[in-house]
Structure formats: structure tokens, C-alpha cells
Design a protein around this ligand. Structure first.
Ligand SMILES: [Zn+2]
Length: 326
């Protein structure tokens, strides 16, 4: 028997198939450019699944259940996506739509929750009872696992660290509020800050030369290359983001006293060596007392597979339990 995990992101759908032992048997990615039109986004999810099973030579009937991670809080008992600002969609009964399409059990959850769940069942994060995950990509996802349970909170919104306000009247966030963590340190926040540096402060940059479309989107690999070339716009923006990520880590320690914080997501996966020293410095600086002592700062072991793997792993371990809808 096999299990499929799907990671619905801001610009792509990524899916993987695992077996009962958690071995990854196939992966597939399709791009999405749709916002605010869930039917279009859903077509891409279906396409990604169908192409994945075809290319992995696995029959649809052998996939026992599907898990999906979405960039939103999710009412996991009903499979309803609450609000995904980066996709501009709200109140979508995503599990029901998937069940209708594929006729098998489905579980939908926040991508940060499933990313951390995946890491917790896979790599270095395994041995920690209390661990917080921060995933820096287009936006910023978060998750908290305590005593092997994902903490979802009273209304399923726990762990949404991307929308922790870190600057009163700060930059506008996709969620409609101002000064959220992800509006400062997520990819969109970093791009907006670089735009300001170039336009208002006349900071010199090679961004136009390396990526003509950088004001809309830029790959972490290009940011890394320019950072290492000491491009001032990129260095300033990424240093600012790293400081803020470090402060967010300190806030987490001050609130929860976790044993470990795991950092993942595209930007961290590609640039950990460059960014980690600043993140660590600010984490220690802003933790109260010696709160950060022996708190491990871990890097993702699953990298881009984390959310899809966590989604597949969750359904493989939770068959017949309350959260698996059908
Ligand atoms: Zn926000």
C-alpha cells in the first residue's frame, strides 16, 4: 500500500508517494500561477497527482490515502481551508473536493504543521519532545509539536507565526494586516524591502542584471549568488530578514521554552550557511535570561520534501483515526 502527500504552495504543487515504511517512491512538481480561483488551483492539484502516479508506475487503487498541506490554517476535523492569503482563497472544503475527485480518505492540514511532522518522523528532529518549526518561503509557516502531538489550538490557528506582528504599522501583509513576520522576512517581504532600497535609497544592485523579473519573484539561488557577491541591496535585505527570524526564534523560546527550533523552507534550505550566524546571534540576544541555552537550532533534513512527506506520513500513520476524512 502507498500513500500520497501533496504540498500546495504559492507557486507550485509538489507531491510525493511513500510506502508503509516511509520510503519515497516518486515525486512530481507542477507550477501554479493562479490566485483567487480555487477551481483552477484544484485542476493543478489533480494534474500533479495523476502525473505522479503515472510516472511512478503506481496504480491509483494502490494509493490508500492522500494528505495535503496548504498555506493556511485548516479546520482539520472538517478539512476546511480557512484563509490562504498567498493564494487569495478562503473557506474552501478542500478535503471534500479531493475525496470526491479521488474517492479515498483525505487529510488536510496547515503546511507548517505537516512540514514539522515530516521532520519529526524523519531526521534530527526526532529526538525532541518539544520543537517549533519555522519555514521561510514565499510566506512564513510555523508549527509546534509537544509530546509528539501537533498543537493546533482552540480554533486550529496555533503556530501561525508568519502572522505574528513584529512591527506596529510595519509593511503590509497578504493577510490584510501590517507588520507581520512574513511581511518582513518572507520572500515577498524581502522583495518589497529590496525595491524600497533601490528606489528610495538608491542602493546599488545587480538584481536587474541577474533576474529581470525580480520585483515579482526571485529564486533563492539567485539571492544566494548575489549575497555572496556582496550585492548591497541583497545583503541588506537578507541581513534584516535574518535578524527578524532570530528575534522570532527568541520570542518562541520566551513563550514556549522549546527544546529545539527547526528552520526550513526554500530560503533557509538554500542559504543556511550564510544566514544562520545572524539568526543565532539575534535568537540568543533577545531570549530572556539564559533561555536559549542548549536550545538546538536545527536545519531541515527533508528540505523541499518536508511538507509532502509529512502529509503522506501523517495519513500512513493515522489510518482509521479521527482526522482522516472519507
Ligand atoms: Zn499577516
Amino acid at each position: 500500500m502507498y500513500y500520497c502527500g501533496i504540498d500546495l504552495g504559492g507557486t507550485k504543487v509538489y507531491s510525493i508517494i511513500i510506502d508503509q515504511d516511509g520510503n519515497i517512491l516518486g515525486k512530481h512538481k507542477v507550477k501554479t500561477k493562479y490566485k483567487s480561483d480555487f477551481n483552477k488551483i484544484f485542476e493543478r492539484i489533480v494534474l500533479c497527482y495523476n502525473e505522479l502516479i503515472q510516472k511512478s508506475n503506481i496504480k491509483n487503487k494502490d494509493i490508500k490515502a492522500i494528505g495535503i498541506g496548504v498555506p493556511s490554517s485548516v479546520k482539520v476535523n472538517k478539512g476546511i481551508l480557512i484563509h490562504a492569503p498567498n493564494l487569495d482563497i478562503k473557506n474552501i472544503d478542500i478535503a471534500e473536493k479531493l475525496i470526491k475527485e479521488f474517492n479515498k480518505p483525505v487529510y488536510a492540514d496547515n503546511d507548517g504543521n505537516l512540514g514539522l511532522y515530516g521532520e519529526h518522523h524523519y531526521g534530527k528532529a526526532k529526538s525532541y519532545k518539544s520543537i517549533y518549526g519555522i519555514f521561510v518561503g514565499t510566506g512564513i509557516g510555523g508549527a509546534y509539536i509537544l509530546n509528539n502531538e501537533i498543537i493546533r489550538g482552540k480554533n486550529f490557528t496555533a503556530g501561525e507565526i508568519g502572522h505574528m506582528i513584529l512591527e506596529i504599522n510595519g509593511p503590509k501583509c497578504g493577510c490584510g494586516r501590517k507588520g507581520c513576520f512574513e511581511a518582513i522576512a518572507g520572500k515577498v517581504g524581502i522583495i518589497n524591502y529590496m525595491k524600497k532600497l533601490v528606489k528610495k535609497d538608491n542602493v546599488q544592485t545587480l538584481l536587474d542584471k541577474y533576474e529581470a523579473n525580480w520585483k515579482n519573484n526571485i529564486g533563492s539561488s539567485i539571492l544566494k549568488e548575489l549575497y555572496q557577491k556582496n550585492d548591497q541591496a541583497v545583503v541588506k535585505a537578507l541581513t534584516r530578514a535574518s535578524k527578524v527570524i532570530g528575534i522570532a526564534c527568541a520570542n518562541i523560546i520566551n513563550i514556549t521554552g522549546v527544546d529545539a527550533i527547526l528552520l526550513g523552507g526554500g530560503l533557509i534550505n538554500d542559504m543556511a550557511k550564510d544566514l544562520l550566524p545572524v539568526i543565532k546571534k539575534f535568537m540568543i540576544k533577545y531570549s530572556i535570561g539564559d533561555g536559549a541555552n542548549n536550545v538546538k537550532l536545527l536545519l531541515s533534513g527533508l528540505k523541499d520534501n518536508a511538507v509532502a512527506y509529512g502529509a503522506a506520513k501523517f495519513v500512513s500513520l493515522n489510518e482509521n483515526k479521527k482526522f482522516l476524512l472519507f
